[in-house]
Design a protein around this ligand. Structure first.
Ligand code: ZN
Length: 300
């Protein structure tokens, strides 16, 4: 009896983990908002999710080999801190200087009368259009690739390297998505929800936790779908560009989920990226020199 019950329980946990963790984060954030603690609720949910994923990666790893130290914790942490600081500074400065108001429409376009959940869903779809093209351009336009290559140079996926983006790469993503939301007249409360959900989905997307996302893979950027995006060959890696949703991947033909095999265990890129943080920050500026010093392979 016990041998039958445990696998069933295990499979149930596999299926429920992704939606349960995301809904839990949304619930904590909503409680914070209801009590006038917008930032507090989000930060608490984000911290709880990070701790939960850290623990789950150890008790239910998707790929045990990815638990081994890759020597990249400091670069991961510094990229994350620098990118978050850049976004925070831009949002604060842009808001205080009235830059954002220049992009907002003069007439009310946004359906303020809709329930908040529907407004957030619509804003996520609009933001995703920007995220999608920013990401796709980074992969398929060789001029942009070196900035994004820092993120793809990891040899393992886990929650801690979610924010490993070159600052220029972070700026690119923000510039493709935020103006769209502002031009659509999205109110601040909805923008806050889009930011929060993007942060939660990002951590979940990169985590090394065993989950079954099944039908969710058709709609959301799940860990399973994002592991294909980190495949070492460009044919498979230049897919699943969505940040939160895979709607635009569906529409533009880049949704990719082979049914007959799991995502690759060996991830990374053939391009040479230095191991140290200063070297990684400077790498895009001296990309050709760096690659010429190694044995370059084509990647578009
Ligand atoms: Zn990418």
């Amino acid at each position: 009896m016990r041998t039958c019950t445990l696998p069933l329980l295990d499979r149930t946990i596999d299926v429920l983990l992704w939606p349960a963790l995301l809904c839990g984060c949304a619930f904590v954030t909503a409680i914070g908002i209801a009590h006038g603690e917008r930032a507090g609720g989000f930060l608490l949910a984000y911290a709880l999710l990070a701790v939960a994923l850290w623990r789950l990666e150890r008790v239910r790893p998707h790929e045990p080999a990815w638990l081994r130290d890759d020597g990249q914790m400091w670069p991961d942490l510094l990229h994350t801190a620098a990118s978050k600081a850049l976004v925070f500074a831009l949002v604060v400065v842009g808001g205080s200087q009235g830059w954002f108001d220049l992009l907002r429409p003069r007439h009310a376009l946004w359906p303020l009368h809709w329930p908040m959940a529907l407004q957030v869903a619509l804003a996520l779809v609009i933001a995703e259009f920007g995220f999608y093209w920013a990401h796709r351009v980074s992969h398929e336009w060789s001029v942009m690739w070196p900035w994004h290559a820092i993120h793809h140079s990891v040899r393992r996926l886990w929650f801690f390297n979610t924010g490993r983006f070159h600052m220029v790469d972070t700026l690119r993503s923000l510039l493709f998505s935020l103006p769209l939301l502002l031009a659509a007249g999205v109110p601040q409360a909805v923008l806050d929800w889009v930011s929060a959900l993007t942060a939660f989905v990002g951590l979940l997307t990169h985590c090394n936790v065993r989950m079954r996302t099944g039908l969710l893979d058709h709609v959301f950027t799940t860990p399973h779908m994002h592991r294909w995006h980190h495949a070492p060959n460009a044919d498979e890696g230049n897919t699943n560009y969505g940040e939160n949703l895979l709607l635009w991947d569906r529409l533009f033909g880049t949704w990719y989920r082979p049914a007959n095999r799991p995502p690759p265990r060996v991830i990374g890129i053939a391009d040479h990226v230095p191991d140290d943080y200063p070297g990684q920050v400077l790498a895009p500026f001296r990309w050709r020199t760096l690659q010429a010093a190694q044995h370059p392979r084509d990647r578009c």
